[in-house]
Design a protein around this ligand. Structure first.
Ligand code: ZN
Length: 334
């Protein structure tokens, strides 16, 4: 039964599986929690780690009030070992893993259990992963390794084979929208969810950056240029002030949706990455032909590469928009 008292209700099936491991006394030595960014993997890992370390747990959760729970809450539990890159986006080095292994050679300091949380696990370089593997191959019943990763395919097969995999799927769209609404995110929730590829936590994070409003404005401009209602050069000047990576990413995603509509492999309202813009996209698709769209996609890919360098942003946006404004007349001709 879903527990409304716990965050991220779509994690309930995964919670049930973790509880079943505990109930049967068959907790694996290594657990790999995988799934898209922004579905709550880290939160689930942390919740489970605290349950294991808690001195007076309920069957499926930590008590939250015992001294072990308070230490974990403060980030000071000596048997809760977090392994992360020294800087976000960097690799986890072999030195970091060696320091961890040194600590593991001692007995747990506080209780009977110890948890090692490695996140993101795919950030381990080859030497680090190898070093960890030796530890995983010599099971210590007191220690659970929890690996969290969006890209488990980047982990060595030898490490993967030592871990029980727990894959967290995206919640149903309706459930994700309800959750966003519960956080007071109403107006642009559908747009945010589309931009976050369906991952609710990522959608909530995007909300803070006002991205949904900006993305919808860029979409309006894009439609207006296509219809001949806005001047490509004027719009390019505005887009040049935007985050170029975001703008070209949105354009790619909309073009892909137009191709999906054009190849009519979608049910109404379904399967589009930008379901919130389905009406506008379908309207656009009527005046377009598929071949033209693949050309536009190639241009955007080239533009993204140019934007990484010192290229003139406004000129790049002008090229994109001028070609786009011509798609209409090209599409209208038989
Ligand atoms: Zn507790």
């Amino acid at each position: 039964m879903p527990d409304l008292g716990r965050p991220y209700p779509w994690l309930e099936p995964a919670r049930a599986r973790l509880a079943a491991y505990l109930a049967s006394g068959r907790l694996p030595q290594g657990l790999l929690i995988s799934g898209a960014a922004g579905v709550g993997k880290a939160a689930l890992a942390d919740e489970f780690a605290r349950r294991l370390l808690c001195g007076a747990p309920e069957p499926d959760r930590a008590c939250g009030v015992c001294s072990a729970c308070r230490l974990a809450e403060a980030g000071n539990h000596p048997d809760y070992l977090r392994v992360e890159p020294e800087e976000a986006g960097k690799r986890i080095t072999v030195d970091t893993v060696r320091k961890l292994i040194e600590k593991l050679s001692l007995k747990p300091q506080y209780g009977a259990s110890r948890v090692v949380l490695i996140r993101p696990a795919h950030a381990m370089n080859a030497a680090a992963a190898n070093s960890l593997l030796k530890t995983l191959e010599e099971p210590d019943p007191q220690t659970l390794f929890i690996l969290v990763s969006e890209q488990p395919a980047q982990l060595p097969a030898t490490v993967l084979s030592r871990c029980q995999r727990l894959e967290i799927g995206l919640p149903e769209r309706g459930e994700a929208l309800r959750w966003l609404a519960g956080r007071g995110i109403g107006g642009h929730a559908e747009a945010l969810l589309a931009m976050a590829s369906g991952a609710p936590l990522r959608a909530a994070a995007l909300q803070d950056g006002d991205l949904a409003r900006r993305r919808n404005k860029v979409f309006e401009d894009w439609v207006a240029v296509f219809r001949g209602c806005a001047d490509p050069l004027t719009v390019a000047e505005q887009w040049a002030k935007e985050d170029g990576d975001a703008v070209t990413g949105w354009l790619q995603s909309w073009l892909m949706d137009l191709i999906r509509i054009g190849s009519s492999d979608t049910t109404p309202g379904g399967r589009l990455a930008n379901a919130d813009l389905a009406g506008g996209l379908r309207h656009l698709a009527e005046g377009l032909d598929l071949r033209g769209l693949f050309g536009r996609l190639d241009e955007i890919a080239a533009a993204r590469r140019s934007l990484e360098g010192q290229a003139n942003r406004q000129l790049i946006m002008e090229d994109i928009l001028i070609n786009w404004s011509r798609s209409r007349s090209a599409g209208a001709q038989p």
